[in-house]
Design a protein around this ligand. Structure first.
Ligand code: PLP
Length: 361
C-alpha cells in the first residue's frame, strides 16, 4: 500500500487512524453484525453515533447550549439559499465579498431579498481581506455574511468584521476545527465537512436557537430547507448522511485525542510557517496573498511562468505530492494543508520545491 501526500482542497486528506478504524469496523460495527452504511438511522446504534458526534463537536468548539448543532445535506452551496430563506426577516442582508464562495452566496441571496455587497477584494483578485472595521452596515440588515477562510484564494479573516451589532453568519468550510473559535461571536457557523472534517455529503450548521424562525420568511420554502424542521427533528427529519456523520464523529475523537483545537492551531501554524517561510525566501516560488491575511489551510503560490507551474505540478505528482494544481479559475499552485496533513508532508514538499528551484534556475 502506498499513500500519497494529498494536498487537495476538498474532498481532502483524512487522518489515517480514522480510515483504519473505519476499515476495521466495516463489516461489523461494534457487534451489530452490520456496517454503519447498512444500519437504520432510527436504530439505537446510529442514535449513539449521532449523539456522540454532537457532544464531541460541542466539547471541541465550546458550543453553548443555546446553539443547535445540525447535520445536514446539500453541501455548503445549499446553505447559500437556506440562510436568506430562513434569516431574512427584514429582507436585507450585508455580504462581504472575499472570493468565489462569498460571491456565490451573495448572488443566491439576491433571489430572496436585498443583498448588499458592503465590502469586496475583487479589485485585486481576492488576494487580501478588506478593512471591515467600519462598514456601511444597513440599519435593517438581518445579518452580515462572511466566508471566513477563502479556500480558492488562500486568505482568512484574522479579525472578524465589526457588524455594528448585527448577527454574524460565517461559512467556515475550509477552516472548520482548525483552531479555537468563540462561537458566541456568531449567530450561525456552518461548513461543508469535506475540506477539514469528513467525507463529502455532510454540512454542519451551528445556529443560535433564537434565530431559527417558526416559519421561514420566504413563502413556500420547502420543508427540508427550514432549519426548524431539522432542529425539531434532531437532524433526523429524513434519512441523514449516516456514514458521513459516523466518519465526522471519528475525526472529532481524533482531534480530541490530539489535544483539541488549541493543539490543532499549534500544529497548523507550524505547518503553514514551514511553507510560507520557504515561499518568502524562494527566488522561484512566491505566495500570492497579502501576508497579513494568509490562511493556515490553503496556500496558493506561483512561479510567474505558466509552463514552469505545469512542469512543477507534473513532477510533484510523480514524486507523490498530489493535487497541487491551483483552482481552475486562478491557475498556479495551491497546497491545502488541513488538520490531517502531517508536518512531514509539508517538510517533504518544501524539500522537493527546493530541489525543483535548483534544477530550474
Ligand atoms: C468548498 C466550499 C464550498 C462549496 O461546498 P459544497 O459542499 O461543494 O457546496 C463553499 N464554501 C467554501 C468556503 C468552500 O471551501
Amino acid at each position: 500500500m502506498a499513500r500519497v501526500y494529498n494536498f487537495s482542497a476538498g474532498p481532502a486528506v483524512l487522518p489515517e487512524e480514522v480510515l483504519k478504524e473505519a476499515a476495521e469496523e466495516m463489516l461489523d460495527y461494534k457487534g451489530t453484525g452490520m456496517s454503519v452504511m447498512e444500519m437504520s438511522h432510527r436504530s439505537k446504534a446510529f442514535q449513539s453515533i449521532l449523539d456522540e458526534a454532537e457532544q464531541d463537536i460541542r466539547d471541541l468548539m465550546g458550543i453553548p447550549s443555546n446553539y443547535k448543532v445540525l447535520f445536514l445535506q446539500g453541501g455548503a452551496s445549499q446553505q447559500f439559499a437556506m440562510i436568506p430563506m430562513n434569516f431574512m426577516k427584514n429582507g436585507v442582508a450585508d455580504y462581504i465579498i472575499t472570493g468565489q464562495w462569498a460571491k456565490k452566496a451573495w448572488q443566491e441571496a439576491q433571489k430572496y431579498g436585498k443583498a448588499n455587497a458592503v465590502a469586496s477584494s475583487a479589485d485585486k483578485t481576492f488576494s487580501y481581506i478588506p478593512d471591515c472595521s467600519d462598514l456601511p452596515i444597513d440599519d435593517n440588515a438581518d445579518y452580515v455574511y462572511i466566508c471566513e477562510n477563502n479556500t480558492i484564494y488562500g486568505t482568512k479573516f484574522h479579525t472578524l468584521p465589526n457588524t455594528k451589532g448585527k448577527t454574524l453568519i460565517a461559512d467556515v468550510s475550509s477552516c472548520f476545527l482548525s483552531e479555537p473559535v468563540d462561537v458566541e461571536k456568531y449567530g450561525v457557523i456552518y461548513g461543508g465537512v469535506q475540506k477539514n472534517v469528513g467525507p463529502a455529503g455532510v454540512v454542519i450548521a451551528i445556529i443560535r436557537e433564537d434565530l431559527i424562525p417558526e416559519k421561514p420568511y420566504i413563502e413556500n420554502t420547502p420543508t427540508m430547507l427550514q432549519y426548524k424542521t431539522q432542529a425539531d427533528a434532531g437532524s433526523l427529519y429524513n434519512t441523514p448522511p449516516c456514514y458521513g456523520i459516523y466518519i465526522c464523529g471519528k475525526v472529532f475523537k481524533w482531534i480530541k485525542k490530539m489535544g483539541g483545537l488549541e493543539a490543532m492551531k499549534v500544529h497548523n501554524e507550524k505547518k503553514a510557517k514551514i511553507l510560507y517561510d520557504f515561499l518568502d525566501s524562494s527566488k522561484l516560488f512566491k505566495g500570492t496573498v497579502n501576508p497579513a491575511d494568509r490562511s493556515l489551510m490553503n496556500v496558493p503560490f506561483v512561479t510567474g511562468n505558466e509552463e514552469l507551474d505545469a512542469k512543477f505540478v507534473k513532477e510533484a505528482k510523480e514524486a507523490g505530492f498530489e493535487n497541487l494544481k491551483g483552482h481552475r479559475t486562478v491557475g498556479g499552485m495551491r497546497a491545502s494543508i488541513y488538520n490531517a496533513m502531517p508536518i512531514e508532508g509539508v517538510e517533504k514538499l518544501v524539500a522537493f520545491m527546493g530541489e525543483f528551484e535548483k534544477a530550474n534556475s
